[in-house]
Design a protein around this ligand. Sequence first.
Ligand SMILES: *[C@@H]1O[C@H](CO)[C@@H](O)[C@H](O)[C@H]1NC(C)=O
Ligand SMILES: *[C@@H]1O[C@H](CO)[C@@H](O)[C@H](O)[C@H]1NC(C)=O
Ligand SMILES: *[C@@H]1O[C@H](CO)[C@@H](O)[C@H](O)[C@H]1NC(C)=O
Ligand SMILES: *[C@@H]1O[C@H](CO)[C@@H](O)[C@H](O)[C@H]1NC(C)=O
Ligand SMILES: *[C@@H]1O[C@H](CO)[C@@H](O)[C@H](O)[C@H]1NC(C)=O
Ligand SMILES: *[C@@H]1O[C@H](CO)[C@@H](O)[C@H](O)[C@H]1NC(C)=O
Length: 457
Amino acid sequence: MAWARGLGLLLVLLPVVGASKPGIVVRLNKEVLSYVAEAGKVPLRQALQVPIPHFLDRSGQVIQPTRIQILNVHLPYLQLKFIAGFGIRLSAATNFTFKIFRVPEPLHLMLPVALLADTLVAQGSIGTPVVSISACYSLFNKAIVFDGYNSTAPTLLAPLQKHIKAVLRNKLCLRISNLVQGLNVHLGTLTGLSPVGPESQVRYTMINAPNITKDYISFDINAVLFLLGKPIILPMDATPFVLPSHVGTSGAMATVGLSQDLFDSAILLLQKAGALNMDITGQLKLSNNPLNTSTLGQVIPEVARQFPEPRPLALKVQLDAIPVVTLHTNNATLRIQPFVEVLAPDSDSAFQSLFSLDVVVNLSLQLYVSEVRLQGTTSVLGNVQVTVASSNVGFIEMEQVQSLMGNVFQRPLLDHLNALLSIGVALPSVINLRYIAPEVFVYEGYIVVSGGLLYQR
Ligand SMILES: *[C@@H]1O[C@H](CO)[C@@H](O)[C@H](O)[C@H]1NC(C)=O
Ligand SMILES: *[C@@H]1O[C@H](CO)[C@@H](O)[C@H](O)[C@H]1NC(C)=O
Ligand SMILES: *[C@@H]1O[C@H](CO)[C@@H](O)[C@H](O)[C@H]1NC(C)=O
Ligand SMILES: *[C@@H]1O[C@H](CO)[C@@H](O)[C@H](O)[C@H]1NC(C)=O
Ligand SMILES: *[C@@H]1O[C@H](CO)[C@@H](O)[C@H](O)[C@H]1NC(C)=O
Ligand SMILES: *[C@@H]1O[C@H](CO)[C@@H](O)[C@H](O)[C@H]1NC(C)=O
């Protein structure tokens, strides 16, 4: 990749990271809790299948060790709720069915258990969300004997229940805690690197404790951009990004706000890396290729004089000025100012500069999300403004050159930009989690992505 040359020098020129910008807010609305509760039923049921040690039956003459097995854990009710300023409360109603391997016939018991657990959501030391159980209770109802009751001595039933409850009281909360701990490994993948463009990447970290209300949990996220594996600090103002409350689709699981800073930074990164620059070379073989000196000679006499034989032209397109992204309500635009140098090979086949142009193009920017990436595509908005920056071929009649040059570089430049923008920027996410039916909204100075979430192993 030609643009990658000189990146070493660039890295020396760019200072190393330190600021906590640009801002992103990820807000998970209460709808996400219904989804998690539904998805969490199977793993929770599995986790609650704890082994029960043998019960020592002292109701007879000899002490009889009796095997106990959990046949089923029924989980008719599981609810998750935000606790403002703290975390998430889990409440569940379960029915445990036990088989007591007793002679002469087995006994079947059902034990309704209510579970309550409070989960603290905090910021981990490396900027990942960390969840932990702060309080957990299991509340037991009376056991129901539904098989083998007739042959059960009441002297057995009470100590048997006591034994089972003591075991569950110890183990159920431990299992819930383990389940929640397992989530942390997953949440840690938030800080994984993902590509932004060629040789550039982004890493997201939480910058403070999450803000939790009864309706949502929101995370302030910082994006650190990397070029060739090195973190880059970008010039920007220090106003923190605040996501207004009623934006995006109401009732969506996730609302992600991305500040203008993120766009400016990503574009700046691409520009500094030289990824936006391109060369457009005419090929003589293609008979309809207008990129040749004979076409140009028709509008610039000096070109015709210097190149009596047709020669292919080369255009060097440089984006030295940083492209400007503007976000207005329902309207995202990208303004680029390419510097275009028009070259032709002289008799020694070395390229010489004929003239150069300052170009201004306004592009409309359409944004969309695919899987977890915010991508864009552009199209030209209004006129392409072209002025001559320098000329080695005398006076240039701008009107004629404008239409000729506009046509030859506009399409390849748009194709090049669109190819870069289609790489897109990964939205903050964790492994195996995708956005479902995401919608992109453009607001004054920021954009919002809202949609559902889908967890898929
Ligand atoms: C679970 O136990 C409760 C309380 O005894 C009972 O009302 C409910 O019907 C049971 N559910 C099932 C599916 O057995
Ligand atoms: C238990 O005893 C009652 C009354 O003696 C009888 O009607 C019932 O069928 C017995 N149940 C079982 C499961 O043996
Ligand atoms: C947390 O949410 C409350 C209520 O919406 C809001 O007033 C406060 O500014 C938020 N704090 C942060 C740090 O976002
Ligand atoms: C130069 O471009 C013109 C206009 O497209 C084309 O008609 C002509 O064949 C080209 N000449 C060469 C030598 O490629
Ligand atoms: C978006 O903004 C640009 C520049 O202000 C304007 O030319 C264009 O018409 C606007 N487009 C829409 C759809 O509002
Ligand atoms: C691009 O948009 C800006 C701001 O809307 C406007 O001032 C400028 O004239 C436009 N330039 C071109 C070449 O359309």
